[in-house]
Design a protein around this ligand. Structure first.
Ligand SMILES: *Cc1c(COP(=O)(O)O)cnc(C)c1O
Length: 416
């Protein structure tokens, strides 16, 4: 991956871009929301469509010269339709957050009620946290996971829905390792006459591949990010039934955005085509098998996993019992020094803070893209344990760093 043209104009940025490619190649990307898009997706995103204004939708634009933009956006829509089976698809949201905001803007009035999972229990900022405008514009109540099991407290959610009488219930999470029971949440939504937004941001690829049950056809709205497990380049997507199509489309544009990022929509089109290939199903299955292997390895090393394991692409480790003197932030820092990049994360019943939480979250989407299998992921579990058991031991960190280098060299990235 060269950046010769950038280098001619701007060596500083070229240096940073090349260093970033090296960083991705030479260290383990285990942030659960990250992945490695293919060179084809990256090329599509870096295309001349970045120049094009295409406000509106295919066949009905506010500008001339949109025939190729139309073609690309329609391909993205058609492929998403084939992947997910939704009646209506909008591929214009700049991000998953903006996809969620579009649904709220389409369906709610200021002051209306949102019931969503607490952020420290695995929810997302865009589900009504006060730091996001969604939390300030709407009346938000939050449900939780069961403190004992780590699974969504579906009964508690039903009781809370009864008492709070929400206009919309949000499901789909950022740090939740278990299968989500869409239908059970839908029943609760129906029982209180609320809409249901299923946010599959993290698991878009798993749902596309049929490795996680799909909320399409169950929930009223399904939103997602396109750069996480589906590796189609950075962006968002909204899906809904035909009855909400016009409201959703006008909430995305002009409601929340101006000109669509047509170059990113080209990336989505290419990435969705890749996801329609049979090989993508293998990828998604391997991603989950790898997360299970990683989780087993960590458990064997004495780590406590929230919910005891995983059904998807991530594990959430609660360090409080096994490593009471090491925060998630400390672990993140030591692991990064050893070439293992993941994030400190809050855990259910958090007793530290969002800035220095008690857990770490680790995902396998990016490792799986570069070819890691279950054995590799068990080895990664061993390496994580060595570092977190001795976060201040420089010689341990140096040894692990070398093993990480070997693992990376054995699984090359971007045509090394
Ligand atoms: C990542 C994520 C999003 C969207 O994130 P963007 O960075 O805006 O694409 C939305 N919801 C959940 C649950 C997420 O994990």
């Amino acid at each position: 991956m060269d950046h010769d043209q950038v280098r001619d104009v701007d060596p500083d940025v070229a240096d940073a871009l090349e260093s970033e490619v090296d960083r991705q190649r030479e260290t383990l990307q285990m942030i659960a929301s990250e992945n490695h898009a293919s060179q084809a997706v990256i090329d599509a995103q870096g295309s001349a469509l970045t120049n094009k204004y295409a406000e509106g939708y295919p066949g009905s634009r506010y500008y001339g010269g949109c025939e190729h933009a139309d073609e690309v956006e329609q391909l993205a829509i058609d492929r998403a339709t084939e992947l997910f089976g939704a009646e209506h698809v909008n591929v214009q949201p700049h991000s998953g957050t903006q996809a969620n905001q579009a649904v709220y803007f389409a369906m709610l009035e200021p002051g209306d009620k949102i019931l969503s999972l607490d952020l420290t229990h695995g929810g997302h900022l865009s589900h009504g946290h006060p730091a996001n405008f969604v939390g300030q514009l709407y009346d938000v109540a939050q449900y939780e996971v069961d403190a004992e099991t780590g699974y969504v407290d579906y009964e508690g959610l039903a009781e809370q829905a009864e008492a709070f009488d929400p206009d919309i219930i949000v499901s789909g999470y950022s740090a939740y390792p278990r299968e989500i029971e869409w239908e059970r949440i839908q029943e609760t939504a129906d029982s209180v006459d609320a809409l249901h937004l299923a946010d599959i941001a993290h698991i878009t690829g798993l749902v596309a591949a049929g490795v996680h049950e799909s909320p399409v056809g169950v929930a009223d709205f399904v939103t997602g990010s396109t750069h996480k497990t589906i590796r189609s380049g950075r962006g968002g997507i909204v899906m809904c039934d035909e009855e909400y199509a016009d409201d959703v489309d006008s909430a995305v544009f002009p409601g929340g955005q101006g000109g669509p990022l047509m170059h990113n929509i080209a990336g989505k089109a290419v990435g969705f085509k890749e996801a329609l290939e049979p090989a993508f199903e293998d990828y998604a299955e391997q991603t989950v098998a790898n997360a299970k292997a990683l989780g087993e390895s960590l458990s064997e090393h004495g780590f406590s996993l929230v919910s005891g394991g995983t059904d998807n692409h991530l594990v959430l480790v609660d360090l409080r019992e096994s490593h009471p003197n090491t925060s998630g932030g400390d672990a993140e820092e030591a692991l990064e020094a050893a070439g293992i990049v993941l994030n400190g994360n809050t855990v259910p019943g958090e007793t530290r803070s969002a800035f220095d939480p008690s857990g770490i979250r680790a995902g396998t989407p990016a490792l799986t893209t570069r070819g890691f299998d279950e054995d590799d992921c068990r080895t990664v579990g061993d390496l994580i344990a060595r570092v977190v058991d001795a976060p201040d031991d420089d010689s341990v960190i140096a040894d692990v760093r070398e093993e990480v280098t070997d693992l990376c060299a054995a699984n090359p990235l971007y045509d090394e």
